[in-house]
Structure formats: C-alpha cells, structure tokens
Design a protein around this ligand. Structure first.
Ligand SMILES: NC(=O)c1ccc[n+]([C@@H]2O[C@H](COP(=O)([O-])OP(=O)(O)OC[C@H]3O[C@@H](n4cnc5c(N)ncnc54)[C@H](O)[C@@H]3O)[C@@H](O)[C@H]2O)c1
Length: 362
C-alpha cells in the first residue's frame, strides 16, 4: 500500500510520541515538520530524521497528503482550516475544537473539499479498550445499563505550559474528557443527553516552569460532574476534575444485566481489563485480545490513511470527535442552564479492530 507523506505542524511535547510510534506503520511517511518555533522544528526534525520547513512551506508542498496538527487546542482550528484549504487531509490532536462552531467549520470545509478529517484520541483502538469492547459485544456482561467514568486530579498546574490547561479549550473535560467520552462511545454507542453541575473553586493557580513560578487565571470549570444517558438506554456517571488531590475510583466501570466490566485507563493503550459475573468471588483479569497495547499514538492516523486507500470509513473520525465534543461542551451548558441538555449529533460506533493483526497492520 502506498504510504502517505505526512506533514507535522506543532513539534512540542506530544510530537515525540507520534514521531516514534509512526515508524511502526508502513503507511505513514513522516516527511516534513514545522512549528512557529523554527528552532524547535529543526531540533525535532534532526532527532527523528524529518525535514524541517516553515508552516507555509509545509502547506505548499505538493507531496504532503495529510497534515498532522499537533498544536495547542486554541490553534487547532486555524491550522486545520489552513491544511484543508491547501487541499490536505487533516488529523488533529484533541479536542476537535474549543467550541462547536469551530468543529462545524472544519467538517463543512472538509466536506466541500472532499477531504478527510481525523482526530485524536486513538487510544480507544488500543489493546485494553478493544478487549473491553469485545467482551461487551460478545455479551459477557449482558445488556449494559450503567457505569462510571472518573478522571480526577489536581491537574497539570505545575507543568511548564500549565496556563493552556486552565484556559478555554483546556480544563479537565476538554483536556482529558476526550479519552473517557470516546471510550464510552466506543463501548456503548452515541450519547442522547447530558445532565451536569460544573464549577471552579479558585480564580487563579500557581505553577509554570520550575524556575519561573507564576500565577495564571483559571478560565474554565475545573470540576464537571454529570450523567450521560446513552441512546442504548445506559446511564453513566462522569466526573472530570482538576480539584482532587487523591481518590480511589477506577477510571471506567460498565455494569450490565449479567456482570460488570472494569475498563482500563483510556489515556493509555493497555490493560488491565477485569470482568465480574455472578458466581465469581472477585474481578477476573482477562488477557488482552488485541494488539497495540502500548504507546501507539498514530494508530488512528494509520487507520485513516489505510481507509483512504481502501475507500472505507475510519475509526478516529471527525464525526466521532464532533459528537464527543458536543457531549463534553454539554456539561457546561447543562450546569449553566440548570437542566438536561439533549445531544443533537449522532455517530456510528467505530468498527472494532480485527483480531490477529501484526504490528504496523490495521
Ligand atoms: N503533552 C501531552 O502529554 C499531550 C498528550 C496528549 C495530547 N496532547 C495534545 O496535543 C496538543 C499539543 O500539546 P503539546 O503538549 O505537545 O503542546 P506544546 O505546547 O508542547 O506544543 C505545541 C507546539 O505547537 C506550536 N504551535 C502553536 N501554535 C502553532 C501554529 N499556529 N502553527 C504552528 N505551530 C504552532 C508551539 O510552538 C509548540 O511548539 C494539544 O492539543 C494537547 O491537548 C498533549
């Protein structure tokens, strides 16, 4: 299969994961990289054997088929628009946009130009999440009726680039929610409605780099607690918080008519996956049925390129990311309105990955 030449825009922290993992997929040819910080792009280019150019040069390069957009959330929309306008397919880091208008714009432009749009996360394609999906699909917990999804910490307040996590496009829901809500949609299908309470409990946080501590504003709700009603009827309690020092909740559990499933951290590719059925004394750990159970960021991009070649749909799609974004944004809307918010968009459950794949295959 002919590899696609990929142009990476944004050479920060997460780009290392893509540069490394993409080498495993023969369909991905990381050809050019660019960043507003030209020195950073040059350094990453040298490290990974990728030619560094300016953003304009990358967008103008006729050989680039897909732009991999690894910029911060607030830049996603402008970079994706520039890529589509230049006639390139685009695959962005999460979230798909900082508001629904941005996401709609990207979907419309892609459709007009007959180009593909993909979006992280692709961790739901990992061995842990796919094993959980197979157990549900094979009926091991019967009909799923309820569940919990909890992602709680003090947040990345001391990271060197902490302020963007507390600004529009960040916060616990838009930063970490994509992993959890995407995992739930992969397991249970689309969401019908959201009912939530949200708040922030400080106007400023202190952090920044170790050498230059500084105070920065909190512009997002740092505790978002709510309930998702799925189209299939299941009711799942979700908490995303940057207000919690310590807790004992597992990442995701799904409860069904015939048993319970403990789903691994959806911000990773691996396990453990644990099952309980009537008659068991406790959880039983289930061996993973699928490959890609370790750092595999770019498997979603590889699936998108393979799908373009094969003329089929792909899993980490714009449609899925749009639905997940609408669900995440509905938490704040529900909290503000003091009532349940109906979700307008729907998406297909992404197809499960086949069994028996070898590394680099989709
Ligand atoms: N860092 C992580 O652990 C992590 C994990 C998963 C996902 N992500 C996601 O990846 C994305 C990037 O995060 P990061 O941690 O790598 O951020 P980062 O700040 O380390 O890197 C982003 C890079 O994009 C560049 N940039 C910003 N605007 C640009 C523009 N308009 N054109 C070209 N370059 C531009 C910046 O100069 C910077 O080098 C975010 O959406 C984030 O949510 C990050």
């Amino acid at each position: 299969m002919k590899p696609a030449k990929i142009g990476v825009i944004g050479c920060g922290m997460i780009s290392d994961h893509y540069f490394k993992a993409a080498k495993r997929f023969p369909v991905l040819d990381m050809a050019l990289c660019a960043d507003l910080d030209r020195e950073l792009a040059a350094a990453k280019g040298e490290l990974y054997g990728v030619k560094a150019v300016s953003c304009d040069e990358l967008l103008a390069a006729p050989e680039i088929e897909v732009v991999l957009n690894l910029t911060p959330p607030k830049a996603h929309n402008a970079v994706a628009k520039a890529a589509l306008s230049a006639g390139k397919h685009t695959y962005s880091e999460k979230p798909f946009g900082v508001d629904l208008a941005e996401a709609e714009e990207i979907m419309r432009l892609a459709s007009e130009k007959h180009l593909a749009v993909g979006c992280a996360p692709d961790t739901f394609m990992g061995g842990g999440q796919q094993t959980a999906r197979k157990l549900i699909d094979d009926g091991w917990i019967g009909k799923p009726v309820a569940g919990t999804a909890m992602v709680m910490s003090r947040g990345p307040e001391t990271f060197a680039h902490a302020p963007f996590f507390y600004d529009k496009g960040g916060g616990p829901m838009l930063d970490l929610g994509p992993y959890y809500i995407t995992s739930l949609v992969n397991l249970l299908g689309p969401v019908a409605s959201v009912t939530a309470e949200v708040d922030k409990f400080a106007d400023f946080r202190t952090g920044g780099s170790d050498t230059v501590p500084h105070v920065y504003p909190v512009n997002v709700d740092t505790h978002q607690a709510g309930t998702l009603r799925f189209v299939n009827g299941a009711i799942v309690t979700v908490i995303a918080s940057f207000e919690v020092h310590y807790h004992g909740h597992p990442p995701i559990e799904i409860y069904g008519s015939e048993g319970s499933l403990s789903v691994p951290n959806p911000n990773t590719f691996g396990g453990p996956v644990k099952l309980f059925r009537p008659g068991y004394d406790e959880w039983k750990e289930i061996p993973l049925s699928h490959i890609y159970d370790q750092k595999s960021r770019s498997v979603g991009l590889a699936d998108m390129v393979t799908a373009l070649r094969e003329g089929r749909s792909f899993r980490a799609s714009g449609e899925l990311a749009y639905h997940v974004l609408e669900v995440m944004l509905a938490f704040c809307e529900s909290g503000r309105l003091g009532r349940r918010v109906e979700i307008k968009s729907r998406c297909e459950r992404p197809a499960p990955l086949p069994l028996g794949l070898r590394d680099g295959e989709i």
